[in-house]
Design a protein around this ligand. Structure first.
Ligand SMILES: Nc1ncnc2c1ncn2[C@@H]1O[C@H](COP(=O)(O)OP(=O)(O)OP(=O)(O)O)[C@@H](O)[C@H]1O
Ligand SMILES: [Mg+2]
Length: 291
């Protein structure tokens, strides 16, 4: 069977700017890829090439075996662009039905209304919709019609915390149900919660890619967090710093660090030891590569 997404050798220039250069990626059913990188890295341009919104200067994209931009490809995919705008005089219901009718799957309009909390908004004209309200319609638009592949460009930018959590639930169940997803985000905890692999780009080029599980396994380091009685400070060798009222330190051998803390009689309390978060892993890999 054809893969949801297969792209190779993508490149795109805007005058002197190499927005995308040498990006290749593939997605199977039930996989979610997090595309990350700083502002201007080329994430949105990559999505524009993958979805067929822009033609690449070179490279090739197939969506379920069909060329990007073709009607057959578009019938199998959903998109939430970074900046979505809708005609003011339409209601979300009209927009969603319109999109669902063009997709190969079942309409599923009621499902996305509930999933994204659109009940109160669904029959209102979109004139005056708040930023977060527009965003929720744009998200529903990607998932309506049950496409096998969705592209989400900063899906939760501007959403309140309830809507952000709702998005994570929808995204995970979509992927568990066999959907394929590619999303960009500056919230790395969101990528960790939803994706099983990442591709990091910088100045259009891939700089890091892999399965999150493999990145975690590569890192023996752990994050230690604890409190100390007022006036006490951790020993210098631990290189701890205080964040949010707790002392935080990273250690490549947390067992040894803990034994040494106990041996030195440090009066710590409320200790937790956790694997590094994605942002710490990426910072470490960046440091290693710089050496
Ligand atoms: N239509 C365009 N014309 C000229 N330059 C463009 C155009 N679109 C993108 N660029 C440039 O290409 C580069 C990549 O832009 P892109 O929007 O893909 O970045 P991004 O990774 O999505 O950033 P952000 O995190 O800010 O959304 C930037 O330097 C941008 O200025
Ligand atoms: Mg962008």
């Amino acid at each position: 069977m054809d893969r949801p997404l297969e792209a190779s050798g993508l490149a795109k220039r805007f005058g002197p700017v190499r927005a995308v250069e040498g990006v290749s990626l593939g997605l199977d059913r039930g996989q979610a890829l997090g595309l990350l990188g700083p502002n201007g890295a080329g994430k949105s341009t990559t999505l524009a090439l993958l979805t067929g919104l822009r033609p690449p200067d070179s490279g090739r994209v197939r969506i379920f075996g069909h060329p990007a931009g073709s009607a057959a490809a578009r019938a199998r995919m959903g998109v939430t662009p970074q900046a979505a705008g809708f005609p003011d005089q339409l209601t979300p219901r009209e927009v969603l039905h319109y999109a669902a009718a063009r997709r190969a799957g079942l309409p599923g309009v009621d499902g996305v209304i509930t999933a994204f909390g659109l009940e109160r908004l669904i029959d209102r004209r979109m004139t005056g919709f708040s930023g977060g309200e527009v965003r929720r319609v744009a998200l529903a638009l990607a998932f309506v019609g049950q496409p096998g592949l969705v592209f989400l460009d900063e899906p939760t930018a501007g959403l309140d915390s309830v809507a952000q959590e709702a998005f994570r639930v929808v995204a995970r169940s979509y992927v568990e149900g066999g959907g394929a997803m590619i999303l960009t985000s500056h919230h790395w905890d969101e990528i960790e919660a939803v994706c099983d692999r990442i591709l990091m780009i910088d100045q259009g080029r891939p700089v890091l890619e892999g399965r999150l599980g493999d990145l975690h396994a590569r890192m023996r380091a752990r994050r230690l967090a604890f409190t100390l009685p007022e006036g006490l400070a951790p020993p210098g060798w631990l290189q701890a710093r205080k964040e949010g009222g707790r002392w935080q330190a990273e250690s490549d051998d947390s067992d040894a660090s803990l034994r040494r803390m106990v041996g030195e009689g440090l009066r710590f309390d409320d200790l937790t030891i956790e694997p590094l978060a994605l942002k710490d892993i990426i910072a470490r890999i960046g440091q290693e590569n710089r050496v």
